[in-house]
Write a protein that binds this ligand. Structure first.
Ligand code: BGP
Length: 477
C-alpha cells in the first residue's frame, strides 16, 4: 500500500509569477504584467497603462528567466521527478494573434526542458496559467471573442510540435473554474472590465464570463484533440481550483446550498472537460442568472472529442457554507466563506484541512474514475531568515506532512493518484495579493514585496525534509 512506484513527486510554478524577464527575449505584454502589487489584506490593481510609481511584481518575479539552471539544480537535489511550470503565451506569440512564433521564446523553453531532462525531471506544462496576451485583452476582450480560440489553438500547435519529444504531460488552463466566479474576470479569463481599476469593484457581467468560459472549453477540447494527433503519447489534463465546502450545520438548507455551490464552483468545469458535456444543473443556473451561452453547430461534438486524460487540481483549504447571510465572510479571507470552528487558518485566513484532501480525492475519483494529480497545495507563510542564514519553517513541514498522510490514505482507499506538486516550490509572487512575503517554497528567494533584494536562493528546513520524503516515496514524513 502507499504511493505507487513512479509516483510523480515535484513542485509547481507559473511563468507570470516566477519567471520575470517580462520584456526580454521578444516577450509581449501579458495581462498579468499589468497587475500592480497588493498587500496582505488589500487586493491587487489592474491598470490599462503602466503607471509610474506603481510596482508590478510579476515583472521581475523570482527571476527564473535568468536563474533556471540554478533552480533546476536545486529541484534535482531534492529529487524532483516532475516540475510543473507554464509557458508564457506572450513569449511565443507576443501579441497573441501572430501566425509566426518568436524563436527566442521557443528557444528559452527548449533550454529549460533540456536542463530538466539532464536530471531526469519530467516537465508538466500548463499551457495557460493566468496569462493572457494584453493585446488580446484590450482588443478582443479576451476569451469573450470566439476568434481567440483559433489563436490559442495555433499557439498549442506550435508548442506541441516543438516540444513533442520533450514534454508528455500538459494542462490546458490553470484553475479554469475561476471563470464561474467574479474573480475569474481578471485572473483566469483575462477580461478587463470597464469602470474601475480595483477588481473588487469591477462590474461583473456573468453573461460575458460564461460565454468566455465556453470558448475556453472549446479551446481546451481542440487542444486535447490536436495534442493527441501530434503525439498519441501525450497526457493532457484539466486543472481545477478545488474548493472543498461543507454545510455549516445539518440544517437541510445549509446542505442544499453547499451542494449547489459545489456544483457550479467545482463540478461545472470538470464535468465538461472530463465527460465532454455540460452537466444537467447548468441549464437552471443559466436561466436564473440570465446567461445565454451562444454555441455554434459542432461545439457539442468538439467537447465530446476533446475530453482530458487525467484530472488535476489545486487544494489549499476548505470552507463552510451557511444559508444564514450573517455568517458569510467569517472565514476571514479574500475569497469569503464561513469559518469552520474545527480548523486553524493560515495568516491569510485560508482554513487548513488535510482530511479535506482525502475527502476531496475520494469525491473526485468516485465522480470521474480517471487518474488524479494534486498539482498545487501548500502553506503561504511569512519566513524568518536567521542570522546564520537558516530558515526554520516547521509550520510548512507540518502542513505538508499532514496533507501527504491524507493523500496516502486516499491512495489506500483505492484512488488512482499519480502525482503531487506542491505550489511555489521556489518562492514566487502571490497570485491573489502580489506579495513576495507570502511564501510557499522549499527554497527561499531573497526579494521583498517591492522586488528589493539579491534574488539569491537558500534552502529552508523544508528543503531537506522534502528530499527525504521523495527519497522514501512518501514513507519518511
Ligand atoms: C492558485 C493559483 C496559483 C497560486 C496559488 C496560491 O489559485 O493557481 O497561481 O498563486 O493559488 O495562491 P496565492 O498566490 O494567492 O497565495
Amino acid at each position: 500500500m502507499g504511493f505507487k512506484e513512479g509516483f510523480l513527486w515535484g513542485g509547481a510554478t507559473a511563468a507570470n509569477q516566477y519567471e520575470g524577464g517580462w520584456n526580454e527575449g521578444g516577450k509581449g505584454l501579458s495581462a498579468a504584467d499589468m497587475m500592480s502589487n497588493g498587500t496582505h489584506t488589500t487586493p491587487r490593481q489592474i491598470t490599462r497603462t503602466l503607471e509610474e510609481g506603481l510596482y508590478y511584481p510579476n515583472h521581475k518575479a523570482s527571476d527564473f528567466y535568468h536563474r533556471y539552471k540554478e533552480d533546476i539544480a536545486l529541484m534535482a537535489e531534492m529529487g524532483f521527478k516532475t516540475f510543473r511550470m507554464s509557458i508564457a503565451w506572450t513569449r511565443i506569440f507576443p501579441k497573441g494573434n501572430e501566425t509566426e512564433p518568436n524563436e527566442e521564446g521557443l528557444k528559452f523553453y527548449d533550454n529549460v526542458f533540456d536542463e530538466l531532462h539532464k536530471y531526469g525531471i519530467e516537465p508538466l506544462v500548463t499551457i495557460s496559467h493566468y496569462e493572457m496576451p494584453f493585446y488580446l485583452t484590450e482588443n478582443y476582450d479576451s476569451w469573450v471573442s470566439r476568434e481567440v480560440i483559433d489563436m490559442f489553438v495555433r499557439y498549442c500547435e506550435v508548442i506541441f510540435n516543438r516540444y513533442k519529444d520533450k514534454v508528455t504531460y500538459w494542462l490546458t488552463f490553470n484553475e479554469i473554474n475561476c471563470g464561474t466566479m467574479p474573480m475569474g474576470n481578471y485572473l483566469s479569463l483575462g477580461i478587463l472590465n470597464e469602470g474601475t481599476r480595483d477588481f473588487t469593484k469591477q462590474i461583473d457581467i456573468p453573461q460575458l464570463r460564461f460565454q468566455a468560459l465556453h470558448h475556453q472549453f472549446i479551446a481546451s477540447a481542440k487542444a486535447v484533440q490536436l495534442g493527441h494527433s501530434i503525439n498519441p503519447e501525450f497526457k493532457i489534463g484539466c486543472m481545477i481550483a478545488y474548493m472543498q465546502n461543507y454545510p455549516y450545520t445539518c440544517h437541510p438548507q445549509d446542505v442544499l446550498k453547499c451542494q449547489k455551490l459545489k456544483e457550479m464552483g467545482n463540478f461545472y468545469c470538470g464535468d465538461v472537460q472530463v465527460r465532454g458535456e455540460y452537466p444537467y444543473f447548468a441549464k437552471r443556473y443559466w436561466e436564473e442568472n440570465d446567461i445565454h451561452v451562444k454555441m455554434e453547430p459542432g461545439d457539442e461534438e468538439i467537447l465530446k472529442n476533446g475530453t482530458v486524460d487525467f484530472y488535476s487540481f489545486s487544494y489549499y483549504m476548505s470552507n463552510c457554507v451557511s444559508h444564514d447571510p450573517n455568517l458569510e465572510g467569517t472565514a476571514g479571507n479574500l475569497m469569503g466563506g464561513v469559518k469552520n470552528p474545527y480548523l486553524e487558518s493560515s495568516d491569510w485566513g485560508w482554513q487548513i484541512d488535510p482530511d479535506g484532501l482525502r475527502y476531496t480525492l475520494n469525491e473526485l475519483y468516485a465522480r470521474y474514475q480517471i487518474p488524479l494529480m494534486v498539482v498545487e497545495n501548500g502553506l503561504g507563510a511569512f519566513d524568518k531568515v536567521e542570522s546564520d542564514g537558516s530558515i526554520h519553517d516547521e509550520y510548512r513541514i507540518d502542513y505538508l506532512r499532514k496533507h501527504i498522510r491524507c493523500m496516502e490514505e486516499a491512495v489506500n482507499d483505492g484512488v488512482d493518484l499519480i502525482g503531487y506538486t506542491p505550489w511555489g516550490c521556489i518562492d514566487l509572487v502571490s497570485a491573489s495579493t502580489g506579495e513576495m512575503g507570502k511564501r510557499y517554497g522549499f527554497v527561499y528567494v531573497d526579494s521583498d514585496d517591492l522586488g528589493n533584494g539579491t534574488f539569491d536562493r537558500s534552502r529552508k528546513d523544508s528543503f531537506y525534509w522534502y528530499k527525504k520524503v521523495i527519497e522514501s516515496n512518501g514513507k519518511d514524513l
